[in-house]
Every structure is written in C-alpha cells, then in structure tokens.
Write a protein that binds this ligand. Structure first.
Ligand SMILES: [Zn+2]
Length: 269
C-alpha cells in the first residue's frame, strides 16, 4: 500500500472553513486541521494510504509544525491511511472511539462492503482497498464522547458518537460557531462522483458512503441527531464543506428523505 502515487493535482487545500479550521482534499477524501486555544493544532483523519507526504507538506505550510494529536472519525482505510506513518514520524497520539479499536489494532476487518450499493465505486476503489486492517500499535488512545475541557487537543469541541456508517464513528461539534466536522456520517457529494468533478460540482447533501455503511437505522438516527444541532458549517470526509443559514434546513431535509436519498435499494425496508 506504500507505493500509491498521489499527483499534486489531486491535492487541494481548503482554507478558512471556519475560524481555525483548515482542510486538505487528497484524491477523494478530506482531512482537517483545527487550531486549538493553546496554539497547537489537531489533525482530523489521515487520508488514503500514501497520503503521508502530502499531509506533512500541507501541515508544515499551513501550521508550521506537527500537530499535537491525530483524531480519527472512524477507521476506514480512506481515513486512516497515513495515520501510522504520521504518528511514527511526529510521535503523536492517535485518538479514536474504543468501538473502532478492533479495526485499528489489526484484530478485525470491517464487515465486507455492500457491492450492491451501486455507483461502481467498488471497482474504482479495489486497487487501493487494503486487505488487512491497520495496526496503530501504541499510538492509539481512547476518545470519550462528550466535551473535553481537559483535552487541549480538542479544546472547544464536543465529541459526538455518531454510529451507523461504522460502530464507533464520531463527529466533532463546536457550539461557539456551530461548526460540525461529520466524517462519513453524511457526504456533500455522491459516491459516484468521488473521483470526478470533485472540484466543480455543487455541494449537495447525501447520505454516508453507501457501500461501506453497516447499520442504516443507526445512520438515520445519526443524521437526525446532527440536524438537531442546526449547524451553520458542515465539513464532511467526502465533498466540499458547506456553510450558510440554509445548512440546517438542508440537513433536516436529508433526514426526512433519508430512505429515498441515502439507503441503497438492497438495504431498504
Ligand atoms: Zn468511511
């Protein structure tokens, strides 16, 4: 998995998503950096395998130093690809919900994807889909749900348990400016569009990446819960960040039409 070539054209910085929130899209997945009150910053997610040097270059340019920690929304390969490499080099802890630990310690693989979810994404991803789960070794630390006054690496952010896409999936919410980093709880691009037109397409709220989502009832409950926060800015793992007065209404609309918009035909009912 170490030999994937990522072209500079596939790496796009996303600046000023919200106060102190920066993003980097590498091929079809985003990572984020959030600046903490004490001047450190925290990396949220770690891209596909092979992303380490792109993330390091961006980190140096954007923040001038390594992060204080890496926080994972969940353990899918396209969110943890560079985590081991970066944690080794930077010597920083990697936080995730304990429910994701089996998939981050090399013990278990996620349930097989749903190839019937459509979009041909399976075929597109198969060359980079790792056979074995990642092992983050001694870098891994448990991330509790709730607020983290005692954790400067997530100062001002609430960790929300948002299962459905995976069992231990988390989203991060900052109440002071209603900013929500959602991981794969939902997307702002269709899975079919992950590889095409990622730059030009208009952001549109979509469900979680369908062929990797394991529990659709929980995924709906999660979207309802996130809609209930009435966020002003949402930044997903896939697709562009979205901000504005209508974001909350659009999210409620996604929750209301979840079955038709998000749930694949072979998982309905
Ligand atoms: Zn995922």
């Amino acid at each position: 998995m170490e030999h994937i070539e990522i072209s500079p054209n596939d790496v796009v910085a996303m600046d000023a998503i919200a106060q102190g929130v920066f993003g980097l899209r590498i091929t079809f997945v985003n990572v984020f950096g959030v600046v903490n009150a004490n001047g450190t910053w925290t990396l949220i997610d770690a891209g596909i395998p092979g992303s380490a040097s792109a993330i390091r270059t961006w980190a140096q340019k954007q923040f001038g130093r390594p992060p204080a920690a890496i926080v994972l929304t969940h353990g899918h390969f396209d969110h943890v690809g560079a985590a081991r490499n970066l944690a080794d080099q930077w010597r920083v802890p990697v936080y995730a919900r304990p429910l994701e630990f089996p998939y981050l310690t090399g013990r278990e693989s996620y349930p097989p994807p749903n190839p019937g979810a459509g979009g041909g994404l399976m075929a597109l991803l198969s060359p980079i889909y790792p056979k074995d789960p990642i092992d983050l070794g001694t870098h891994l630390r448990p991330l509790d749900a709730g607020t983290h006054q005692n954790m400067p690496e997530l100062d001002g952010w609430q960790v929300l348990h948002t299962p459905g896409h995976t069992p231990g999936h988390v989203s991060l919410y900052r109440a002071s400016d209603e900013t929500l980093l959602v991981g794969d709880a939902f997307c702002t691009t269709k899975a079919e569009s992950f590889f095409e037109a990622a730059l030009v397409q208009q952001p549109e709220l979509q469900g979680p990446p369908a062929y990797f989502t394991s529990d659709w009832d929980a995924a709906l409950a999660t979207v309802r819960k996130l809609a209930g926060l009435s966020p002003r800015t949402v930044a997903p793992g896939h697709g562009k960040p979205l901000a504005g007065a209508d974001v909350a209404a659009r999210l409620r609309d996604l929750a209301a039409h979840f079955e038709e918009v998000a749930v694949p035909e072979n998982r309905k009912g």
